[in-house]
Design a protein around this ligand. Structure first.
Ligand SMILES: NC(=O)C1=CN([C@@H]2O[C@H](COP(=O)(O)OP(=O)(O)OC[C@H]3O[C@@H](n4cnc5c(N)ncnc54)[C@H](OP(=O)(O)O)[C@@H]3O)[C@@H](O)[C@H]2O)[C@@H](O)CC1
Ligand SMILES: Nc1ncnc2c1ncn2[C@@H]1O[C@H](COP(=O)(O)OP(=O)(O)O)[C@@H](O)[C@H]1O
Ligand SMILES: [K+]
Length: 548
């Protein structure tokens, strides 16, 4: 993994970022020099995004941009011409960054104006404001005076914001959001809590967020997403030694393509056989929910698992065989309601024959004895859907404490609340909640959502940073369970790290959703279609990385 990939995996809190920066400054880097460097990178990114150099300005435009020694800037064809850029300046160094951006864009020949409603600024910020004004860049204190702009750059607050925004600043932010002008937020959208992503009173709704140096945790929390827009990292060469010194272990990391590809069970050794590539037992389905069992089976198929056995109620065996001819479908005696009553495995087989077990999709809550039985096994176990609901009724943590094999729980926020009623609400700080759940239960917990988060009992977290709302659709979780369990079965036989494999499954599932949505729109990603994109997305990704 190269440095850029390593850096882009890292996720920090505001305090960790302060500690890392403190080390850089203590080592001799001047604060002002770092601000120049960072803001220079932001200004050039804005130019790349919003301005191209294709068209040489005519005389009229040259007159309009007399300050510019470079007359080649103009609006790129994909964006409206930028006549005026408004720079929103706060009291701290986020405001200082914005002022350096203002100065640079001004020197590029763009018309820039500043809104700064604060009278008390940090010293460096105050100096930059004074210089910007000396260049003739207009600065307004009242939001009513700020002229209409085509683009706003938000440097009001960064990771220093901890208090609620109120009064005139809050109402100005609401007013700016209502204008529907694109906004680029520096570091974090002003008003968001850097760690939890919570809205502190109100917040800027950004089109882009340029996160500085290292990813801030709040940008990866579901509740922040409607404010963040497209998020990009502006890497300003933080020394890796400082990152390591501050973060230590455990860490919070983003799952990126490089992480996922390095974890996949590829390539296979030339001499192998099906049982060496993992034997997965899926226990799923009922007469009522046969579809869930099919989707889970198709997800497992895509994982490449060596051998797939699927235990279902006898009455849905034939439909399973027709969808998954390669799998060994085990028909089991069923209850009056059509749930599995008892596991009836083939002769000479017991639960210890499997590398991993997954139990839950489509099971109904009538399958209590089955869940009890798999919990007593010594196999790595994935519980989902009704498997989780049954576990919740048994008492999550006291039940799991009796296990001496790994358990993976895959709740959405509703299931999470049932499993861990005592823990803080997963809707508020998902990362804190999932970490506490893994610690308390001793399980690996995958909390589903727009930014799925995976925690292990030691406190390490993986967050899937990219997904699509096209996946918010019945059955897509079943596909994930199948895919993940098939990968876990292979991780067991190959002794690969299971938590990382769970994260890889979440990444793969989301990437398939993204590719399917690109080709078929967000309305076209039903769970069955999703299963058909699983292998396609991996082969495309491998092709791209081979070329890189
Ligand atoms: N560290 C570095 O050198 C580098 C940092 N960089 C940049 O600096 C940013 C962090 O800068 P920062 O620490 O100055 O904090 P920032 O987010 O600008 O604002 C905090 C200010 O807001 C004020 N304030 C707070 N709440 C308020 C409220 N409700 N209403 C009104 N005011 C309120 C608070 O005042 P106080 O609480 O002291 O009264 C304080 O003055 C970071 O995100 C990045 O952009 C980069 O240049 C790289 C190098
Ligand atoms: N807004 C969203 N953005 C991205 N992914 C989402 C979103 N909503 C749901 N998902 C993903 O879709 C899947 C839904 O799973 P789940 O709720 O268990 O559905 P089901 O039980 O119907 O299969 C999860 O992987 C989840 O992370
Ligand atoms: K900001």
């Amino acid at each position: 993994m190269n440095r850029q990939e390593q850096i882009s995996q890292i996720v920090v809190t505001a305090q960790q970022m302060r500690d890392i920066e403190a080390r850089i400054f203590a080592a001799g880097m001047p604060v002002a020099a770092l601000m120049e460097k960072v803001a220079g990178l932001i200004a050039s990114r804005i130019q790349t995004l919003y301005l191209s150099e294709d068209t040489i300005l005519g005389d009229a435009e040259r007159e309009k941009f007399p300050a510019s020694p470079r007359h080649r800037v103009t609006a790129s064809s994909s964006f409206p011409r930028l006549n005026k850029i408004g720079i929103l300046v706060g009291p701290g160094h986020n405001g200082g960054d914005a002022l350096v951006v203002a100065r640079e864009l001004h020197f590029q020949g763009l018309e820039v104006c500043i809104w700064c409603p604060f009278s008390k600024l940090k010293e460096l910020t105050s100096q930059h404001l004074q210089y910007a004004q000396s260049l003739g860049i207009p600065c307004y204190q009242s939001i009513e005076d700020l002229p209409d702009c085509d683009l706003l750059v938000d440097g009001l607050f960064g990771f220093g914001l901890e208090r609620e925004l109120k009064d005139s600043v809050a109402s100005a932010i609401n007013h700016l959001n209502d204008k529907s002008v694109p906004i680029i937020s520096i570091d974090v959208p002003s008003g968001l809590h850097t760690d939890t992503g919570e809205v502190l009173g109100t917040a800027i709704r950004a089109s882009y967020t340029f996160c500085l140096g290292l990813w801030k945790l709040g940008l990866l929390q579901d509740q922040a997403l409607e404010y963040v827009g497209k998020a990009e990292l502006i890497d300003f060469d933080i020394p890796w030694a400082d990152v390591e010194a501050v973060l230590g272990n455990p860490q919070v990391k983003r799952i990126i393509r490089a992480t996922a590809l390095s974890t996949l069970p590829l390539p296979r050794p030339p001499v192998t056989h099906k049982y060496k590539e993992g034997h997965l037992l899926l226990i799923c389905g009922s007469r009522r929910y046969s579809g869930g069992a099919i989707l889970t089976g198709l997800g497992a198929r895509a994982s490449g698992v060596g051998m797939l056995s699927i235990a279902v109620p006898e009455s849905i065996k034939s439909i399973m065989v027709s969808h998954l001819p390669e799998a060994l479908i085990v028909g089991c005696p069923e209850t009056k309601t059509g749930a599995i009553a008892q596991l009836q495995l083939p002769e000479n087989t017991d639960l210890s024959s499997f590398s991993a077990i997954a139990c839950g999709p489509g099971l109904t809550k009538d399958a209590v004895p089955i869940v009890q039985q798999v919990l007593e096994s010594a196999n790595p176990l994935v519980l989902d859907a009704d498997g989780l609901n049954i576990l919740a009724e048994m008492g999550t943590s006291q039940t799991l404490q009796k296990r001496n094999a790994l358990t993976v729980l895959t709740p959405h926020t509703g299931e999470f609340k049932r499993l861990f009623p005592e823990l803080p609400d997963a809707k508020q700080d998902r990362i804190k909640a999932v970490r506490a759940a893994a610690k308390e239960s001793g399980a690996v917990v995958l909390l589903k959502g727009a930014r799925t988060a995976i925690a292990d009992p030691q406190g390490s977290i993986w967050i899937n940073p990219e997904s699509t709302p096209a996946l918010a659709r019945g059955g897509s979780g079943d596909v994930l369970t199948g895919l993940m369990s098939g990968l876990i079965a292979q991780a067991v036989t190959r002794q690969l790290p299971i938590e990382k494999m769970v994260a890889t499954a979440a990444w793969w599932h989301a990437q398939a959703g993204i590719l399917a949505a690109q080709e078929r729109t967000e309305l076209g990603v039903d769970a069955f279609t999703l299963t058909e994109y699983l292998i396609r997305v991996i082969s495309t990704t491998l092709e791209i990385s081979d070329r890189c």
